[in-house]
Design a protein around this ligand. Structure first.
Ligand SMILES: [Zn+2]
Ligand SMILES: [Zn+2]
Length: 263
């Protein structure tokens, strides 16, 4: 089994809140000696269109990734993916869930229609019992996993982003979601974007990663880059953490098949 550097969660300018060209991302990834680099831009959805690519961009996006894959095949393994929003009341688009991609990341960025990771709507954290917010969030993660449509769980505990932490034990709040993730054969990403946010740590927390390890849930690495500088962000920190918890291999995907590698 080879040792590889992997970064499976990266955005593009098509989502309207990232910068840099796709080619610049690849050049940077090669410079950082990343072996496997996945583009996983925010998939189109009939909700909140401001922060994601449009349906009309699907073909352009997929072709752009495949062209780069060919152009750089000697230097880096480039994968095609989407980060898909899971919302309980908004249907998933066929163009996305049936797309011919290497993998899909399932993410929860909304509780009902509340964009809880958007600083614009931060006031809502203080209008409701914090434990109930966390319960609703993990219920959504559980349903996302149960849908069976996704390969990777995006930023498992994103709800901690602004440091509104629950009073109840986080492991108890997350346990049903994690059990369903295992049942659905999904992979957990260790996402370094949290280091750039008020919570100032990776998603998921060490506690939840330990629980994932106990449940034998595989992991992968991601920077959730929205700019060239964020590619491979805090990589050394996340690999150290993964090793501390006990992990000795990670996963990436080709055509939805899991490939295990050392890190
Ligand atoms: Zn984004
Ligand atoms: Zn996300």
């Amino acid at each position: 089994m080879d040792k590889k550097r992997v970064d499976l969660h990266n955005h593009t300018i098509l989502c309207n809140h990232a910068s840099g060209t796709m080619e610049e991302y690849i050049e940077k990834a090669i410079e950082l000696k990343i072996d496997v680099f996945g583009f996983s831009d925010h998939a189109p959805m009939d909700f909140d269109p401001k922060y994601r690519m449009k349906k009309e961009h699907i073909e352009f996006y997929e072709n752009a990734v495949l062209n780069l894959q060919k152009k750089y095949e000697k230097d880096i393994d480039i994968l095609l993916a989407y980060e898909v929003d899971f919302m309980q009341n908004i249907p998933l688009l066929d163009e996305v869930v049936k797309a011919d991609v290497d993998y899909l990341i399932g993410s929860v960025h909304f509780i009902d229609e509340w964009g809880f990771d958007n600083p614009e709507f931060i006031g809502k954290y203080e209008k409701q019992n914090i434990d109930d917010i966390w319960i609703d969030y993990f219920k959504s993660i559980e349903l996302m996993a149960k849908s069976g449509k996704f390969d990777v769980v995006g930023h498992l505990d994103l709800i901690k982003v602004f440091k509104f932490l629950p009073k109840k034990d986080i492991k108890i709040l997350a346990q049903n979601a994690l059990k369903q993730i295992k049942k659905s054969n999904m992979v957990l990403e260790i996402n370094s974007a949290g280091f750039r946010k008020p919570i100032a740590e990776q998603y998921p927390s060490k506690q939840l990663l330990e629980l994932a390890y106990e449940l034998d849930i595989p992991i992968t690495f991601s920077s959730d880059a929205h700019s060239v500088e964020q590619i491979g962000f805090a990589y050394d920190k996340v690999i150290t953490l993964a090793k501390e918890v006990g992990y000795n291999k990670i996963v990436f995907f080709k055509n939805k098949e899991k490939i295990y590698t050392k890190f």
